[in-house]
Write a protein that binds this ligand. Structure first.
Ligand SMILES: NC(=O)c1ccc[n+]([C@@H]2O[C@H](COP(=O)([O-])OP(=O)(O)OC[C@H]3O[C@@H](n4cnc5c(N)ncnc54)[C@H](OP(=O)(O)O)[C@@H]3O)[C@@H](O)[C@H]2O)c1
Length: 274
């Protein structure tokens, strides 16, 4: 099957997506396949990866699945090397694996909590970029897409190491865009806002909390994993030929606020003279 996405066409391209067993990574892997790419997928859950691989193959694309813990740098380097060998080349790499297990105030956190979140969300991106950078710059082409978060733009109470990690990902994205630009390799980030996945199920599943969070979203809805797929396909494609070092925000408008939603509430309640 050939894709008909025109300037967003990824026919003949190969991609690697980390954290593709579910959620945003799965949606991005399927989106890249739908646009024409063969896709290598990586995560710890072998059975879930096999299901995603089947979905990719059902679109007529090639899928290769790797069980890999991205917290383990050796496994990560070996897996990226295996994907390059298996697919022959990597044109697109999406660093999506990430998340957190605990939330809590800065002072309640252990040093191990801090290290674990930095390892999964920032160091993993460093290792994958180191593993693929020579390959891409050597070929003179490539697109690296780092899944950051709007939490990387601002402070995030109860999630300080996650916010630091995602800010680090955005910073690394800019630096690599500069270092690798002349070699034809583009490096961009995607910054999702609230998106309904396993990571956020305890937030989305709590009506009181969910309503409060969505009140701060101008589009007034939760994002779905598939909302990130189009952004990834765009950044992977030749349509984004001149786009590098940027962070594409997909957040329903959360970061458009300067004042927070309280100002809008006051305006609508007629409490601010206009
Ligand atoms: N959902 C949101 O609202 C939101 C907002 C902003 C940014 N993000 C970012 O979007 C990305 C995807 O998150 P999501 O919401 O889709 O979360 P999710 O549903 O929990 O999926 C996380 C994915 O990462 C993989 N992963 C986690 N730790 C891993 C490890 N050590 N080694 C290998 N794979 C690992 C998981 O696979 P296994 O468990 O099978 O290993 C899974 O495929 C993350 O970087 C997250 O920080 C999410």
């Amino acid at each position: 099957m050939r894709s008909s996405s025109g300037r967003f066409d990824l026919d003949g391209k190969t991609a690697l997506v980390t954290g593709a067993s579910r959620g945003i990574g799965r949606a991005i892997a399927l989106g890249l396949a739908e646009a024409g790419a063969d896709v290598a997928i990586l995560a710890r859950s072998t059975a879930a990866l096999a299901e995603v691989a089947k979905e990719i193959e059902a679109m007529g694309r090639r899928a290769v699945a790797y069980t890999c813990d991205i917290d383990d740098s050796e496994q990560t380097y070996q897996t990226v090397a295996a994907a390059i060998t298996e697919l022959g080349q990597l044109d697109v790499v999406v660093n999506n694996a990430g998340g957190f297990e605990h939330v809590g105030p800065f002072l309640a956190m252990t040093a191990d909590d801090w290290t674990k979140i930095l390892r999964t969300n920032l160091e993993s991106v460093v290792h994958v970029c180191r593993a693929v950078g020579g390959h891409m710059t050597g070929r003179g082409t490539g697109s690296v897409i780092n899944v950051a978060s709007v939490g990387g733009y601002n402070g995030v109470p109860m999630l300080s190491p996650y916010a630091v990690a995602k800010a680090g990902v955005i910073s690394l994205t800019r630096t690599l865009a500069i270092e690798w630009g002349a070699a034809g390799v583009r490096v961009n980030a995607i910054a999702p806002g609230w998106t309904r996945t396993q990571l956020t199920s305890s937030f989305a599943g709590n009506p009181g909390l969910s309503d409060g969070l969505i009140q701060a979203v101008p589009l007034a809805v939760w994002g779905e994993p598939d909302d990130l797929a189009g952004a990834a396909v765009y950044l992977a494609s030749d349509a984004a030929r001149m786009v590098t070092g940027t962070s594409l925000t997909v957040d329903g408008g959360v970061t458009a606020y300067n004042t927070g939603p309280a100002m809008l509430d006051l305006l609508q309640a007629g409490r601010i003279p206009v």
